[in-house]
Structure formats: structure tokens, C-alpha cells
Design a protein around this ligand. Structure first.
Ligand code: PLP
Length: 366
């Protein structure tokens, strides 16, 4: 049997007609950037999250960068970032002019460890970006306590967590602003690059909107040195087709995850720990194994696709050599990158495919 790491086919098959209709509607309108489709999707996504404002933009990276800029983050500031995440989280800080300062995660949840945050706060710390990594919400209560105590700004990176909840409240609604990515592989994905910022604050919303449109508040009137990062009408139209299916498709991921959690019983494999009061959406199902590379090869040989998120931690990437952080300085992030393996997880995975993955993982080294 073959089980790909990810496949969009089951979803594409179901939404085929609606996607084609959306394309025709936009094409027939001859209006491609910032129009009715954007407005409709932004309104629908804000309503879905139960938040006041949603502003579409070009990518998830831009969503985070524009959030930080709109909140006034600038050169000389420090922003706390979890030490294991996709590099976009840190790059958003770099592009705002500030310095990313890495905070170690909890090895069991992969998310930022609230106990590690305070020791990284200095007089320059202005904000913290948390990442609801792999679709699992961060432990918000202790994080919010620290944010209040030190008067920090809070930005949520929700690129992997569309629809996930903490105490029945959707992620993206806890901070001053949140960034979403609609990269095709995300739980809510466009058919190309796309992103959005959400916030409850009117001033932040209008600043973000202007910053993503050449710093312009009305045509050819520029109040900031902005970027060009807007949501295409086509992508907005495709996202409007997919949004009504998001919860149902997330539920399928949850069903697959429960099977993995209940049925994977190889003592060499460590399953992800889910904290109380959360509803994760399993963008990625991450297991850990001391013999990760052997397990990966074993599964690949059996026809099962895998991935690593992420094989080199950010502080050891050449791109961040300027931060002068050495191997051994962030041991938890390093441990995760050398033991983590992502196994197949996508809407439309069949019961047989899930059973096969479980059976093969359980038969490893036995
Ligand atoms: C995908 C992702 C991003 C960036 O999103 P893009 O749309 O690819 O720019 C940021 N943070 C995390 C955690 C991501 O997974």
C-alpha cells in the first residue's frame, strides 16, 4: 500500500465544481485585487473566529511582519520567538527591524514553554510571538499572565492552527494581533500564496491595511513606508469556497489523530502530548523517536511518506549565524529537530491507510 505524506486530491475532488465557479466569477468580473471577494472572505473569516477585524495579505510571513510593524515594533526592540518553529516566525521579527530572541519549547507539546519565557525578558523586550505549532494551541493562561505582568505585546502565529481552540476560544483571538497563512498545504489553504491578519483593535487594523498597501490610507496618499502585500481576489474567492468546510475537515484530522494516539503502541515512539482544555487541529502529526532516521527510512520503504518539521533549528541555520547562538545553547529545540518525524495527516485519508501507517509504525524494530 502507498500512503503519501499529504494529498489534496480528496478535498479537490469534493470542491471541484465550486472552485471552478469561483474562478469564473472573478474572471468575469475583471477585478483582481482588493474587491468584493476580499471583503466577503475577510468578513466571513472574522466571523468564524469571532474577532472584529480581518485584513487579507499576500503570505503568512507578511501577516506576521505587518502585525509587528503595525504594533510599533522596530529596530532596537527584542521579540521573543519559540526556538522550534518554521523560520518565517523569526524572519517576521527580523523584517520589522527587531531582534528575535529564542525561547525553548516544552518537549512534550512542542510549543513554547511558559516557564522559559521570563528569563529571556530584558529592558528591550517589547513583544512575544507564540506559535500554535502543528495545530496545537499554546498554554494560554500562563502566557497571558506573563504578557500582562511585563506589559508585552502578544502576536499569535496561527499559520498551522486555523480553527483550533483553547478553552473554547479560537486561537488568533488572544493577542494584540494574529497572523494566518493560507499556503496551499495549511488546514485552510488557497491555491497559491495568501495570508491574513486578525485583530480586535480598530487602529491596528487600519494600520495593517495601510502598511500592506504601500502605506496608503487612500489612493496615492502615503502615510507609511509600506509594503505591497494584498490578498488576490481569486485566492479570496477560493478561500470562501473552502472556509465553510474547515471545521468538518479538521474533524477528520482529529479522527485520524485519535486513532494514531490510541493505536500506536511501539515503545520506541513518543506520541504528542495534548494539554487540557484544547481542541487541536493537527496540521501536522509529530511523533518522536530516538532512531528517527531509521524509522523514517523503514516507513518510506513501506510506501509511507514522511517529513521532518524541522530538521535544522533556526539558531543553527546559516541565515541566523549573526545571532551567534551555538550548538547546545537551545538543547530542547535541537532534541526535537533530531528526533521529530511527521507522519501522514490529511483530509480524506482512508481508514485502511491510517491502519497501515499504525501497523507499520508498531512493527518497526520488532
Ligand atoms: C507556513 C508558516 C508560516 C508562513 O506562512 P507563508 O504563507 O508560507 O508565508 C509562518 N509560520 C508558521 C508556523 C508556518 O507554518
Amino acid at each position: 500500500m502507498k500512503v503519501p505524506f499529504v494529498s489534496f486530491l480528496p478535498m479537490e475532488h469534493e470542491l471541484n465544481d465550486d472552485i471552478h465557479r469561483a474562478f469564473e466569477r472573478v474572471f468575469d468580473s475583471s477585478w483582481y485585487i482588493e474587491g468584493k471577494e476580499d471583503e466577503q472572505f475577510e468578513t466571513a473569516f472574522a466571523k468564524y473566529l469571532n474577532i472584529n477585524y480581518c485584513i487579507g495579505c499576500g503570505t503568512g510571513l507578511d501577516a506576521l511582519m505587518l502585525s509587528l510593524k503595525a504594533l510599533g515594533i522596530k529596530e532596537g526592540d527584542e521579540v521573543l520567538v519559540p526556538s522550534n518553529t518554521f523560520i518565517a516566525t523569526a524572519l517576521a521579527v527580523t523584517y520589522s527591524g527587531a531582534k528575535p530572541v529564542f525561547v525553548e519549547p516544552d518537549i512534550n507539546t512542542f510549543n513554547i514553554n511558559p516557564n522559559e519565557i521570563e528569563s529571556k525578558i530584558t529592558s528591550h523586550t517589547k513583544a512575544i510571538i507564540i506559535v500554535h505549532l502543528y495545530g496545537q494551541p499554546c498554554d494560554m493562561d500562563p502566557i497571558l499572565e506573563i504578557v500582562q505582568k511585563y506589559h508585552l505585546l502578544l502576536v499569535e502565529d496561527c499559520a498551522q492552527a486555523h480553527g483550533a481552540t483553547y478553552k473554547n476560544k479560537k486561537v488568533g483571538t488572544f493577542g494584540n494581533a494574529a497572523g494566518f497563512s493560507f499556503y496551499p498545504g495549511k488546514n485552510l489553504g488557497a491555491l497559491g500564496d495568501a495570508g491574513a491578519i486578525v485583530t480586535n483593535d480598530k487602529i491596528t487594523a487600519s494600520k495593517v491595511r495601510a502598511l500592506g498597501n504601500y502605506g496608503s490610507d487612500y489612493k496615492y496618499h502615503h502615510i507609511y513606508q509600506g509594503n505591497n502585500s494584498r490578498l488576490d481576489e481569486l485566492q479570496a474567492a477560493f478561500l470562501s469556497v473552502k472556509l465553510p468546510h474547515l471545521d468538518r475537515m479538521n474533524k477528520e484530522r482529529q479522527r485520524i489523530a485519535s486513532r494514531y494516539i490510541n493505536e500506536i503502541n511501539n515503545p520506541q515512539v513518543i506520541l504528542p502530548h495534548v494539554i487540557e482544555n484544547v481542541n487541536p487541529v493537527w496540521h501536522i502529526f509529530a511523533i518522536r523517536c530516538a532512531k528517527r532516521d531509521e524509522l523514517e527510512k523503514y516507513l518510506n520503504d513501506k510506501g509511507i511518506g514522511t517529513n521532518k518539521h524541522y530538521p535544522i533549528p533556526m539558531h543553527l541555520q546559516k541565515a541566523y549565524s549573526n545571532l551567534n547562538i551555538k550548538k547546545g545553547d537551545l538543547p530542547i529545540a535541537e532534541e526535537i529537530s533530531s528526533t521529530e518525524l511527521s507522519i501522514p495527516m490529511f483530509y480524506g485519508m482512508t481508514d485502511d491507510q491510517v491502519s497501515y501507517v499504525i501497523k507499520m509504525i508498531n512493527s518497526f524494530n520488532k
